[in-house]
Write a protein that binds this ligand. Structure first.
Ligand code: MG
Length: 357
């Protein structure tokens, strides 16, 4: 086989969206899958949810390769803590502890490392989730770009999850023990916890020097406390943090896994002016750009206003909004535009901004 015929990894394979989805299904799951049949596995690798669940323990892992390491609103350290805490929260679990594995390039300034570790510590305190184990590796100059971090986390289903599920059962049959992407049903209300696209636009603008970084900043935030209060209200069936591939990716994943259509209304999607003008200038879709402090929630219709109110009372959820609903009479994800038309919101091929997390 010549080099031209060899299939090679491209940036799109790591960008969330359809290309990455194919790599995961055809190459990764084909080799590492198979845990779904084990009796102790409650959320399996194949479900490609934000976390796994095994014998009552919720487990999630994520590596952080963001470029640059520091940007308005955060850095690789705050991102590495919030990102993993949030993934554990998405299935309804209370995050209990995380790990921190550092991969450092020879020559990396210790002063910058300390700044990043302080930021990790602050975010961990804000979340109330301690770092309890870790690992440190150093590689020779050029073998990686400054530093990468891996964090993994564990959590458990608590009282707020149980209360939430009890409320769901008042309105419909519900057999699940966890909040999953496959639980969305016709009539469920779709909520986002705030403005879309801030993190991705901040990273892109900081990296490329477009100048929007004075108007936008990353939304990095650990959402576990906000989500716990929302679960207390109850009625939530699915949650997902719209990271790589943004809202477009999240809603398409729900539609596919839950086998239901989703209708959203453009005028109700919260966006900051900075993100709107950056996206217009750069010709990118704010719905396909990653967020790091937001959650998309599907909730039974009868509890939507209560959950919205609960989100709006918190700092990271102040701008939460109902953006649409699940519909069995449509296929895929459709948006009613501000102009009054309808357009299909496709699964993005990948996030237009590489290395945002
Ligand atoms: Mg996630």
């Amino acid at each position: 086989m010549t080099i031209a015929q060899k299939k090679l990894i491209t940036m799109a394979h790591g960008a969330g969206g359809s290309q990455m989805g194919r790599l995961i299904k055809d190459t990764i799951l084909a080799n590492l899958g198979g845990s779904a049949s084990l009796p102790e596995v409650e959320i399996a690798l194949e479900e490609l949810d934000d976390s796994a669940a095994v014998g009552g323990v919720v487990f999630s892992t994520d590596s952080y390769v963001v470029k640059p390491l520091f940007f308005p609103g955060g850095d690789i350290g705050s991102l590495a803590v919030a990102g993993t805490v949030n993934d554990i929260s998405m299935v309804g679990a209370d995050a209990a502890a995380i790990s921190c594995a550092l991969m450092l390039e020879e020559g990396f300034p210790i002063e910058e490392l300390e700044r990043i570790l302080k930021s990790m510590s602050e975010t961990s305190k804000l979340a109330g989730v301690p770092v309890v184990t870790g690992d440190t590796k150093v590689v020779e100059r050029g073998a990686l770009d400054g530093m990468f971090i891996n964090t993994s986390g564990i959590g458990f289903g608590g009282e707020s999850l149980q209360k939430n599920i009890d409320v769901v059962k008042e309105y419909r049959e519900f057999e699940e023990n966890w909040i999953k992407d496959s639980n969305v049903r016709d009539g469920d209300t779709i909520i986002v916890s705030g403005t879309m696209g801030d993190h991705g636009v901040t990273i892109l603008s900081t990296r490329e020097g477009y100048g929007f970084e004075s108007e936008v900043q990353s939304d990095i935030y650990p959402l576990n406390k906000m989500i716990s209060s929302a679960l207390e209200e109850g009625g939530i069936v699915a949650m997902k943090d719209p990271t790589r591939g943004g809202l477009a990716n999240t809603l398409n994943e729900w539609s596919e896994k839950s086998k239901v259509g989703i209708l959203i209304r453009e005028e109700h999607i919260p966006l900051t002016e900075g993100v709107v003008s950056a996206c217009e200038m750069l010709g990118i879709d704010p719905l396909a750009i990653g967020n790091e402090g937001k959650v998309t929630i599907a909730v039974v219709r009868e509890k939507a206003e209560d959950v919205l109110e609960s989100l709006c009372k918190t700092d990271p959820g102040k701008k939460a909004a109902i953006i649409g609903e699940a519909r069995s009479d449509i296929r895929g994800v459709v948006m009613e535009t501000v102009m009054g038309g309808k357009r299909i919101v496709d699964m993005p091929a990948g996030d237009p901004v590489p290395r945002i997390c």
